[in-house]
Design a protein around this ligand. Structure first.
Ligand SMILES: Nc1ncnc2c1ncn2[C@@H]1O[C@H](COP(=O)(O)OP(=O)(O)OP(=O)(O)O)[C@@H](O)[C@H]1O
Ligand SMILES: [Mg+2]
Length: 498
């Protein structure tokens, strides 16, 4: 015997099976390969895989091999009809050495396509105990009838096929759910606005989306900077990779460094395990550095190095990590003033600001106010199932007249409050947490007061108005007022506003 010839048929089977992995996500092709391999292993004349349609209770041919494989695919078989129908109905495998002697045999199909059949083996495919289809083989090429051993092999292959089908169905369900979720999010992340200014911002976002150019988004608090950053990410080639959002103003320096660059186990007290930083998580995707103007000088240097060299070191680490990230940043500060007054590095500014997109304040695009009000009403109506809640004309008038210092976020909060506090039919002016007249505090100020007293009155009222506009959120109010949160807290206690 010549040993150098690979004549062992088991090797061929293994080779065939090892190729399945590469088509694992193409169910049709995978099933085709499973059936072809099983046909070869058993040396069968023909074989087929039928799937059960649970609605019509019919079996249809998904895969067929053999000389009549095209003709057979036109047929459908009722559950209970013939051998395949019997197996689908009972869920039990069946081996029939001579079909002529078995009353379950329904010869109509074989006769009409002209296929001689003597022996047949048919096994069910199941998931969670329920039949989802059957696999059958007909006769052997060598003329011997199909035997018990063949039935065992066929059962194994049917098991593989049902696992493949089950996985594909699960995968498709997840894909569909993912698509639905994305559509839902799409509504939430939709940038609403028809004004020239917002259209320009959106147009610029689409333009930069296809490049890797660092983009700095400027604009007051609540104007939609983060929304625009998400659009830039989603509209570009990195959309299927992560967008990692980091608020540079929210964390003290050392924590921010650990968040951005990660740390090694034991690099500081509390670092009990190694942690991957956000830059690494965003590899091949984008990072959004929110409130980048708040970064400390030391962090500015570190960020600059990443942007210049594309590498960084984790805290406590000494091998450079290189990543491919697209950087989008945002600031509600007047960043050029920060630069000219020495608080923000000029070189970093130029790195971040290859393209700048400005998000206009809401009061600079008044035509968008009613549109946005309607948009948020829709969203909250949907969330609460209060489909026909309206904004009364008087309330809309108040909304359109107002200056919205907290911009779109304030408008969004106001509509939400209106939906919650309204009478269920329409939102009235008094349901809105806004004070339209600037003379609200006027009553308290009189000639004869000291300047300090008048300023105190004004400050108190103005803080109340701003806090109302942010729904009581002090951090947001501090941002709108452009003061430190700690300072605002001090004023809140001073004026007894708690
Ligand atoms: N044009 C718009 N269309 C629809 N929703 C918007 C629009 N602009 C902003 N929003 C919504 O307003 C809220 C504030 O937007 P976003 O967080 O993007 O603002 P921001 O500029 O990042 O604010 P901040 O500086 O306070 O972080 C979000 O809920 C956002 O969905
Ligand atoms: Mg933001």
């Amino acid at each position: 015997m010549n040993k150098s010839k690979a004549s062992d048929p088991r090797i061929d089977v293994l080779k065939a099976i090892s190729s399945w992995g590469s088509v694992a996500f193409d169910l049709d092709q995978l099933l085709q390969l499973i059936i072809e391999t099983s046909t070869n292993v058993m040396n069968a004349k023909a074989s087929s895989l039928l799937l059960l349609d649970p609605k019509t209770k019919k079996l249809y041919f998904k895969i067929a091999t053999g000389e009549k494989k095209e003709e057979i695919k036109k047929y459908e078989i009722n559950v209970g009809q013939g051998i395949a129908g019997y197996v689908a109905e009972t869920g039990e495998p069946l081996l029939i050495p001579d079909v002529a002697k078995d009353e379950r045999w329904d010869k109509k199909i074989s006769e009409s396509i002209g296929f001689q059949t003597r022996s047949i083996a048919c096994v069910p495919m199941k998931t969670n105990g329920a039949v989802i289809g059957v696999v059958e083989i007909i006769d052997r090429e060598d003329g011997r009838p199909i035997q018990e051993a063949d039935l065992e092999i066929l059962t194994s292959f049917a098991g593989l096929a049902s696992t493949a089908i089950n996985n594909a169905r699960k995968f498709n369900a997840v894909k569909k759910e993912n698509k639905n979720l994305k559509e839902e999010l799409g509504n939430r992340y939709e940038i609403v606005g028809e004004s020239e200014a917002i259209r320009k911002a959106i147009g610029d976002a689409y333009k930069v989306a296809n490049s890797k150019a660092s983009t700095l988004i400027s604009g007051e608090s609540g104007t939609g900077k983060e929304l625009l950053a998400r659009l830039i990410h989603r509209a570009g080639p990195r959309k299927d990779k992560p967008l990692v959002v980091i608020n540079c103003g929210a964390l003290p320096e050392t924590l921010l460094e650990a968040e951005l660059f990660g740390y090694e186990k034991g690099s500081f007290t509390g670092a009990v395990t190694k942690k991957i930083g956000m830059f690494e998580m965003a590899d091949e995707g984008s990072v959004f550095l929110d409130e980048v103007g708040e970064m400390s000088p030391t962090m500015q240097v570190k960020l600059l190095r990443v942007l210049q060299e594309g590498i960084f070191y984790s805290v406590g680490g000494n091998s450079p990590i290189s990543v491919d990230v697209r950087v989008i940043s945002a600031t509600n500060k007047e960043i050029l003033r920060e630069v000219s007054e020495g608080r923000f590095r000029e070189d970093l500014y130029y790195r971040l600001n290859v393209v700048q997109i400005h998000m206009p304040a809401l009061r600079e695009r008044r035509e968008d106010i009613s549109l946005l009000a309607g948009h948020f009403l829709n969203i909250f109506n949907k969330e609460r199932g209060t489909m026909d809640l309206k904004i009364s004309p008087a309330a809309m008038e108040k909304i359109v007249q107002y200056d919205w210092p907290g911009n779109v976020r304030e408008l969004e909060n106001a509509i939400e409050r209106g939906v919650v506090m309204g009478n269920g039919k329409e939102i009235l002016p008094e349901d809105l947490p806004i004070q339209t007249s600037s003379s609200n505090y006027g009553g308290d100020i009189q000639v004869g007061m000291s300047l300090k007293n008048a300023v105190d009155h004004f400050k108190k009222e103005f803080i109340i108005m701003t806090l109302n506009s942010t729904g009581g959120n002090k951090s947001k109010a501090a941002k709108v007022l452009d003061v430190q949160r700690t300072y605002l807290s001090r004023l809140v206690s001073k004026y007894n506003l708690n």
